[in-house]
Design a protein around this ligand. Structure first.
Ligand code: F6R
Length: 243
């Protein structure tokens, strides 16, 4: 795991865009998982700017959805698919046939998760995972405890995740209780992982991710042993931590 500490959120997004661009020069045909949430939004904006300027080619990208609420159709504006479509797929011109959904609205959720893992396997794994850090150390919706061999699966959202997602749903009561998440196995075996973290509210959990014991209780702590992982954090989140 490499740590890059930069001044502020804008610098996190710029630096992450550079790390993404550098990681893909090796590979124009790219399998990518892209988180929603607040933190990577400006990074996606920066990648879209680079694409418009002709500095980034995304035509070979195949984008996998990281997580989805159970029971929410893909065309529901509150679905994570719609969020990903607006923030990632449309700005980066990724067509539907180069997108792999996590089908939270499927009748058979176990089959939906198996299909997803098979699609990743037949693409020879993920080249790039762009991730954010949950307030409880989750990656995707791999809530504590999640061990590094957790497959793609149905999960029950933690009280903390329900609280932090309430803003997008109007009220805590309205937040779906279950979700599908890409498993720890597929995320941790991505060839490049870019974890973006900003804001003082992430300082405590980031410290545990970087320096605490590697434990399923802090799922992101498993990144400590991932050579291809770059954590990009601003000073508020990182405090005085350095690589
Ligand atoms: C989003 C996701 C979550 C977020 C995390 C951080 O698809 O899976 O793991 O990345 O909760 O969210 P923000 O960036 O809003 O702090």
């Amino acid at each position: 795991m490499n740590l890059i500490v930069v001044e502020d959120h804008a610098a996190v997004s710029q630096t992450a865009a550079e790390v993404v661009a550098a990681s893909i020069t090796e590979n124009a045909d790219l399998t990518v998982v892209a988180a929603t949430g607040t933190t990577p939004m400006d990074l996606y904006g920066e990648l879209a700017n680079r694409r418009r300027r002709g500095e980034l080619v995304t035509s070979g990208w195949r984008v996998f959805q990281l997580d989805e609420y159970v029971g929410i159709p893909a065309d529901d504006r509150r679905s994570l698919y719609q969020w990903m479509k607006c923030a990632v797929l449309d700005p980066l011109a990724i067509p539907a046939d180069r997108t792999v959904r996590l089908r939270g609205d499927a009748a058979d959720l176990v089959a939906a998760c198996d299909d997803y893992d098979l699609a990743i396997e037949s693409s020879r794994g993920l080249d790039l995972a762009i991730l954010g850090l949950g307030p409880n150390g989750h990656l995707g919706f791999n809530e504590p405890p999640s061990d590094p061999t957790s497959p793609t699966r149905v999960v029950t959202l933690s009280a903390e995740s329900i609280r932090s997602n309430a803003a997008y749903w109007g009220d805590e009561e309205d937040v779906p209780r279950c979700a599908l998440t890409a498993g720890m196995t597929v995320l941790l075996s991505a060839r490049h992982i870019v974890l973006v973290v900003s804001g003082g509210h992430k300082r405590g959990i980031l410290e545990r991710v970087l320096r605490g014991p590697v434990t399923p209780e802090v799922p992101a702590s498993h990144l400590q042993s991932c050579g291809g992982c770059t954590v990009i954090a601003d000073r508020l989140a990182a405090g005085h931590a350095s690589a």
